[in-house]
Design a protein. Structure first.
Length: 271
């Protein structure tokens, strides 16, 4: 009697790699990405001591792609491989299949957009601390005129700088990728909102987006195919560019004006 999938051991390997069997297939968790292997793409599993080799199906004459997990428990690896191979043995579909299309890679590393947003947040926090410090110093010296002006001007400038930098930065990044990045077609996957695209190395990557179309064109840097960007509609791009530049300019002007006001007030003893 075959062993149920739910009773299979979770194989923990070196460097935090984890291989498990779930309803959707095999799931391989790596430090910076996760790979989901559906049954349609699996060829067979080989357990060689403390190593498990996941061999994908391949078209006739092509070399199968293999994913390797080292440092796992040998007994657990043998049980895991034998059980999965027994289940695959009952498959009745054709053999001429590119298994890489059924091994979807999802990046767990933060992309450019998330890294850029974090930098914007850090910059906004530093700017806010500077505003608070200026208010404390001005108040302690009795320059309440600076404090009164700083609250509205500083607050508006702070918000304008943050939103303006994010909008303009995102627009410039998209423009750069359109000119220098790689354009690929992503097709809808079986999971709701998920899309799959080839990354140029023979692997297929998956991401989630709210677009409802059957396919869409996405861009990624040549050196990092996992950092995919879905282009914005033309109107959104225009708003990000023009609105972001306007807000950023207003934020810079407000900050400079506030700094000049503070310097003038501190050096002259008042307005």
């Amino acid at each position: 009697m075959p062993i149920p999938i739910a009773s299979l051991p979770v194989l923990v390997g070196r460097d935090g790699t984890v291989l498990s069997a779930e309803d959707e297939g095999l799931v391989l968790d790596l430090p910076t990405e996760q790979i989901v292997f559906t049954a349609d793409g699996l060829g067979r599993l080989r357990a060689e001591g403390g190593t498990v080799l996941i061999e994908l199906r391949a078209k006739a004459g092509a070399t199968p792609r293999v994913h390797r997990i080292d440092g796992v428990d040998p007994d657990g690896a043998a049980l895991f491989a034998d059980t999965i191979n027994d289940l695959l043995a009952g498959r009745t579909d054709r053999d001429d299949i590119d298994g890489a299309r059924f091994a979807a890679i999802r990046s767990l590393a933060p992309g450019w957009r998330h890294r850029f947003a974090r930098r914007i947040v850090r910059g906004a926090l530093l700017h806010l601390l500077a505003l608070i410090a200026l208010a404390v110093v001005a108040g302690s010296l009795g320059h309440w005129d600076v404090v009164i002006v700083e609250i509205p001007v500083g607050g508006i400038s702070w918000a304008a700088l943050g939103f303006g930098a994010y909008g303009l930065g995102h627009s410039l990044r998209e423009r750069w990728l359109r000119r220098h990045g790689v354009a690929v077609t992503a097709t809808r996957a079986t999971s709701p909102g998920a899309y799959v695209y080839p990354d140029g190395t023979g692997d297929y990557r998956i991401f989630v987006h709210g677009t409802a179309g059957a396919a869409l064109t996405v861009f990624h840097p040549r050196e990092d195919p996992a950092d995919v960007l879905v282009p914005s509609p033309p109107f959104t791009r225009l708003v990000n560019t023009v609105g972001g530049a306007f807000l950023l300019a207003c934020g810079i002007a407000g900050t400079v004006a506030l700094a000049l006001l503070a310097v003038t007030s501190f050096t002259s003893g008042g307005l």
